[in-house]
Design a protein around this ligand. Structure first.
Ligand SMILES: CC(C)(COP(=O)(O)OP(=O)(O)OC[C@H]1O[C@@H](n2cnc3c(N)ncnc32)[C@H](O)[C@@H]1OP(=O)(O)O)[C@@H](O)C(=O)NCCC(=O)NCCS
Length: 172
């Protein structure tokens, strides 16, 4: 998918999608910010926005490839999107996390894994990830991480993680 604006590393527009009468499963909300779970059969507008945030994640982390492409979204992949509602008119898509189900490595059991996470710089450091974390544990159990973790993600996971996640992080 081509970005609808320049390809400069620093170009960034917050994706905005039309108002949805029915949101996908809401994991957490606070005032007009919602964290919703996007599955393979969820609205395409949400997936398109996630793909754009994936490009931003790639640029910022200097990864070689975009972490999420709509056409590979199957039943073993779920996204958690942060949506900021704008007057029952539209939503800004402010952040995205991707969870994959399976057994990525032979030495870890089958289960969910957090593959990547990216929050818009304007909303970072406001405790959104910290607030969401217990709901992630409830839904994705003792999810594993795609390493390496950034310093901020490592900090959040060590602060909010399950016992087994904390043990895992001690080894890092
Ligand atoms: C990682 C990320 C998803 C966390 O979301 P967030 O909403 O900013 O997280 P919170 O505000 O709940 O908490 C951030 C915590 O990290 C800490 N932190 C931030 N930068 C840090 C750093 N460089 N080193 C150590 N801790 C750091 C903050 O102090 C805060 O901890 P505190 O609440 O105990 O003070 C977000 O910062 C982000 O998108 N970063 C860029 C992409 C990224 O790193 N993705 C993860 C890839 S593994």
């Amino acid at each position: 998918m081509k970005l609808p604006w320049g390809q400069n590393q620093y170009d960034m527009l917050t994706p905005r999608i039309p108002y949805l009468k029915k949101l996908p499963t809401v994991l957490w909300y606070d005032r007009n910010m919602y964290a919703v779970c996007v599955k393979y059969n969820s609205q395409k507008s949400l997936k398109k926005a996630a793909q754009i945030l994936g490009y931003y994640f790639k640029r910022e982390s200097r990864y070689d490839f975009a972490p999420y492409e709509i056409e590979y979204h199957d039943n073993n992949l779920q996204l958690v999107l942060f949506l900021k509602e704008r007057y029952r008119h539209s939503y800004y898509v402010m952040g995205c996390l991707e969870f994959d189900y399976g057994q990525r490595y032979s030495d870890i059991p089958e289960g969910w894994m957090l593959s990547w996470a990216w929050l818009h710089p304007y909303i970072r450091g406001n405790g959104y990830m910290t607030a969401l974390y217990p709901h992630l544990l409830e839904r994705y159990k003792d999810f594993y991480f795609e390493f390496p973790l950034s310093k901020a993600m490592f900090h959040v996971a060590r602060k909010c993680g399950s016992d087994s996640q904390k043990k895992l992080l001690e080894k890092c």
